[in-house]
Design a protein around this ligand. Sequence first.
Ligand code: SF4
Length: 340
Amino acid sequence: MNLSSLLLIWYQENKRHLPWRETTDAYTIWVSEIILQQTRVAQGMDYFYRFTQAFPTVQHLAGASETEVLRLWQGLGYYSRARNMHKAAKMVVEQYNGLFPTEYNTLLSLPGIGAYTAAAIASFASNAPYAVVDGNVYRVLSRILGIDTPIDSTEGKKLFSTLAQEHLDKTEPAQYNQAMMDFGAIQCTPQSPRCEDCPFAEQCVAYRTHQTDILPIKSKKTAQRKRFFWYLDIWNDHYTYLGQRTQKDIWQGLYEPLLIEAPLSEIELLQHPTVLALHGEIVHLSPVYKHVLSHQIIEARFVKIHIAQENALLESMQKISDTELNHYPVSRLIDKYRKE
Ligand code: SF4
């Protein structure tokens, strides 16, 4: 039996019942796909419901403010994806009369939609014959077929998309793509794949040659940059001060307390000109919060400072009462500090 037939049989017995699979509405599928790019299904479900309840249609999303969108996205990370969704929603309303496209190439022209998302939407919404290619597909195909071409090389990317398209069941593209994703998530997992009860056990090259912990191969190790943040959590009675991150960097559009980015010791920080100019009282120094992003490791500490009067240093920041603090989207790092 060929790969796609076996996969579809496996899917009938093992498929996950997910709310975005009960619909062919391209907008809903798009929301679920973008959310699932940065989180596992269990965590993504809650975000999916909150997002689609707040913005049930593309018109609702297009009409929202960027702050509202980021606030709902808070905690998911990769905030540029939320900003791109917002831009794409506006384009759909302006250029496509609010009808979310389902045609592959049109989808590719929208911000934040790459080959994977376009294939997912086109196949799930209109059963168009486009194979999704993501980490699951790289893993499953490289193991079953025994391919050791690095998946992050230009050659590898080309090879795996050709193979994915070749193996796609053109009569059941939506089912096939969903089957591939579930198979990668449930059976052929990155660590400890369930080879003993796998329908591909007899033909899977990686299993037969004991290479499941080697395949797929990645050539480059992503370099991680280390950054040091000192946040000045300044309070004046029931008010605090937040600035918006506007520069092209992580967390663009999110809010944060006054930041000194430098690898300073505690003593150096307390003698820093900005801290001295605040003329405040240091109330608390937090321990180090280590926050790992895909290409960066941030070591952050928070200094809680009470000030008795307004300070010119804070003029460019927003003065926010403690009751309104939750309206402002912040990074997961700041959220964690606040909760603790
Ligand atoms: S036999 Fe193991 S490695 Fe091969 S496809 Fe099945 S689960 Fe994946």
